[in-house]
Design a protein around this ligand. Structure first.
Ligand SMILES: Nc1nc2c(ncn2[C@@H]2O[C@H](COP(=O)(O)OP(=O)(O)OP(=O)(O)O)[C@@H](O)[C@H]2O)c(=O)[nH]1
Ligand SMILES: [Mg+2]
Length: 380
């Protein structure tokens, strides 16, 4: 499952953003405290296609795709060198596959800013620098271990020599204060480096926590967005406090407020979809009377990967995948003219797809597409 860590300076609104996403109601407070245990919550990925399938199949169980969000304590200056909560805290970030990096734009005299002024580009850089320092530390440790091995028993093997060479180049790159996501790595290299969990290699979505008292243009927000887009990073604007309160309202009331504020998609959906898109993730569905479920794959993964996401037995004994595109299925369902509560509608629409040749049998190498409805034929 996708795990997403929320990072940022102290008091920039990380827990507020966490609450927007999860509606968890975690405590937000105007002073930085020594809390080291992160808040965690599982969130279903909002997907109208999934909702529609649940409506059609009326399954006993409905399981949306899920993302875990982890809300961490503030990252202060020099954390990467071990100051403050330091490395124990950074290890929480290391287990995330993607980062939500919250930057403070709101002014609030009750909430001190650790750098005493609102300067989003500076703040983003401070956190980036801490992440760079932490990655440098990881490389230094590994290099000294490899060097130690040289003096001790047995010579280094070829793989270790190559690893040390690559790490040294990455070290030089980091010393220029550049993140590893800007270092050219092949897919094979990325795979071999996965165990280091480099923080500056993780995809990052920047969340601009805007000032709700301000209207019209946001020059500081635009400046940060320009700065980030030069680096190839995407961002989302959010009125943190306001949208946290909105998230607590009933859907109807929420809609009204959103219209007034000119917000099209709730902050929650924007953030979850942003994180999902950031990683190039797609969903496929399994559906039936027992369960309708959405599953997550990376774009480019194939039918066996889909089988493996469901259960390792299905990947091992994989014979064929029976696949129909969500749109084709829905079209067949709509043509069928079923009454709203007809329990046979799902199965009948599937049969119609088969008759029309829209339900295909695909082999192991079939690249799964976003929205595919899949049934795995297997034999163990
Ligand atoms: N006016 C305003 N205040 C905000 C906004 N977002 C957060 N705050 C306030 O800022 C304070 C800190 O918010 P949190 O969400 O706890 O910030 P945090 O980054 O989790 O803080 P630490 O975990 O202590 O580092 C709280 O008093 C919030 O009410 C915002 O968008 N507008
Ligand atoms: Mg917090």
């Amino acid at each position: 499952m996708l795990k997403c860590g929320i990072v940022g300076l102290p008091l920039c609104g990380k827990t507020t953003v966490f609450n927007v996403i999860t509606r968890a109601g975690a405590e937000v407070k105007p002073y930085a405290g020594g809390k080291t245990e992160p808040n965690r919550a599982l969130v279903g990925v909002p997907d109208p296609r999934f909702d529609k399938l649940v409506e059609i199949f009326e399954p006993k169980k409905a399981t949306p795709a899920a993302v875990e969000f982890v809300d961490l304590a503030g990252l202060s200056r020099d954390a990467g060198k071990g100051a403050g909560l330091g490395n124990s805290f950074l290890s929480f970030i290391a287990e995330s596959e993607a980062l939500l990096h919250v930057v403070r734009l709101f002014k609030n005299d009750d909430v001190p800013h650790p750098e005493n002024s609102i300067d989003p580009v500076r703040d983003w850089r401070i956190v980036e620098t801490e992440l760079i320092w932490r990655d440098l530390g990881v490389i230094e440790n590994r290099l000294s271990r490899l060097a130690g091995k040289k003096k001790g028993a047995g010579p280094r093997d070829a793989a270790e020599t190559a690893e040390a060479e690559l790490l040294k180049k990455m070290q030089d790159h980091l010393l220029e204060e550049r993140p590893l996501r800007e270092y050219p790595l092949t897919d094979a290299q990325k795979k071999s480096l996965a165990g280091f969990a480099f923080l500056t290699l993780k995809p990052e979505l920047v969340v601009l926590n805007l000032d709700e008292t301000q209207t019209g243009s946001f020059p500081q927000a635009a400046a940060l967005e320009g700065f980030l887009s030069e680096k190839g990073l995407s961002s989302v604007r959010l009125f943190g406090s306001l949208e946290m309160d909105l998230a607590q309202l009933a859907p109807e009331e929420q809609k009204e407020f959103m219209q007034d504020l000119g917000i099209e998609e709730p902050g929650r959906d924007r953030l979850i979809h942003g994180a999902y898109g950031l990683l190039g993730l797609i969903s496929f569905f399994t559906s039936g009377k027992d369960e309708v479920r959405a599953w997550t794959l990376s774009r480019g993964e194939n039918a066996v990967d889909a089988a493996g996401a469901i259960h390792s037995d299905l990947a091992r004994g994989f014979i064929r995948a029976q696949v129909v595109a969500y749109e084709d299925f829905i079209e067949a369902w709509a043509r069928g003219g079923f009454s709203p509560k007809d329990p046979r509608a799902g199965g009948a629409a599937m049969t119609a797809c088969r008759e029309k040749g829209l339900l295909r049998l695909e082999g192991k190498e079939y690249p799964v597409k976003d929205g595919d409805m899949i049934e795995i034929r297997f034999n163990v």
